[in-house]
Design a protein around this ligand. Structure first.
Ligand code: ES4
Ligand code: ZN
Length: 336
């Protein structure tokens, strides 16, 4: 595209990236070796980096992906492992022009393996500090709850003293809700989101990814979400779409993820133009870049190839992303 240089140079924010989803096969295998972890011997995908990458091109659903995602992250054990993972992501994101990143992690996926909350969080905080000092990025950390686990488990994690301390001192600025969407509607997590609101902790949730548009309304009404992760299926409900546009909620779209996980047939069917025309605000994000083979610049370019956006469209997308970020007004002005 003739706009490629402009797209490269855009000041980007990334707001929907699971740090565990940035675990590239090379780091996965080197950490497995370091810790003497034997990855599923009965799955041929784990025989080599190339076999694993090939398998990642054939995901059949969100749950198929999540199986690999949860096995992959089992190689993360020490603080330095979490730091290395996040630092590699920040360096790559900075190269793509990301100046502000709001990054997810899944505490329960590590707590359940006996990893201490402060062990994982310290690694991420160390990498954040380094990205801020050396790459001049700003970084916010968001803790996500896993919707496929019992709600009581999420509640116990939310109430945990170490987790509460990380909200109070701002190491973690917000909460999210991820993992399998079908069978786990947002309202199940209302109690946690009510508590988060009382503590002034920011709130988002995955909704309308593989689940219906109704989950988007529920995330707004029942959970008091301040933005929506994915929101792909908002386009199926014109009335809700008008409401989201009128009230200015931001969607953190992840089009490459949606294609790889078969939530949408191809980039052409991602309702980018529909959202732009309806005044629905959205940012473009990589979700799990190591698993979907695309970081944020790859994602922007793939969107441009399919949708042939104008300079004005790109300015709208980037401005809305910046304005929808959970940073200070002062920082937003620097990013503009
Ligand atoms: C995820 Cl693509 C996606 N959807 C839901 N939960 C997730 N966790 C990591 N990636
Ligand atoms: Zn996600």
């Amino acid at each position: 595209s003739a706009l490629h240089p402009l797209i490269c140079a855009l000041p980007k924010v990334e707001q929907h990236i699971h740090l565990e989803g940035a675990l590239e096969p090379d780091l996965l295998f080197s950490l497995a070796a370091k810790h003497g972890i034997k990855l599923l011997a009965d799955d041929a995908a784990f025989t080599s980096e190339q076999a694993l990458r090939d398998r990642y091109l054939r995901f059949t659903s969100l749950d198929d992906f999540l199986g690999y995602y949860y096995i992959g992250m089992s190689v993360l054990r020490e603080s330095v492992d979490f730091c290395e993972l996040a630092w590699r992501y920040f360096q790559r994101a900075a190269k793509d022009g990301v100046r502000h990143a709001e990054v997810f992690f899944d505490p329960q996926a590590h707590l359940s393996r006996g990893i201490d909350y402060n062990t994982m969080l310290q690694g991420f905080v160390d990498a954040k500090k380094r990205a801020e000092d050396e790459l001049h990025m700003s970084v916010n950390i968001i803790a996500c709850f896993l919707r496929h686990l019992p709600v009581a488990d999420s509640l116990a994690v939310f109430d945990n003293a170490d987790v509460q301390a990380s909200f109070r001192d701002g190491r973690v600025v917000g909460i999210g809700l991820d993992s399998s969407e079908n069978d786990f509607p947002p309202v199940m997590f209302k109690e946690i989101y009510d508590k988060a609101r009382d503590l002034n902790v920011r709130r988002t949730a995955h909704a309308g990814e593989e689940g219906p548009a109704q989950n988007i309304a529920s995330a707004l009404d029942n959970l008091g979400c301040q933005r929506i992760d994915h929101g792909l299926r908002l386009a199926e409900d014109p009335v809700l779409m008008k409401r989201v546009a009128d009230e200015g909620f931001l969607l953190t779209l992840c089009p490459v993820s949606n294609i790889l996980l078969r939530c949408v047939p191809s980039m052409k069917e991602v309702p980018i133009r529909k959202f732009l025309d309806a005044g629905v605000k959205f940012s473009l994000n990589s979700d799990d870049p190591a698993y979907f083979g695309a970081y944020i610049l790859d994602t922007y370019c793939a969107v441009q190839e399919a949708h042939n956006l104008s300079v004005k469209d790109w300015e709208t997308i980037c401005t809305n992303g910046i304005q929808g970020s959970w940073c200070s007004d002062e920082r937003k002005n620097e990013l503009m």
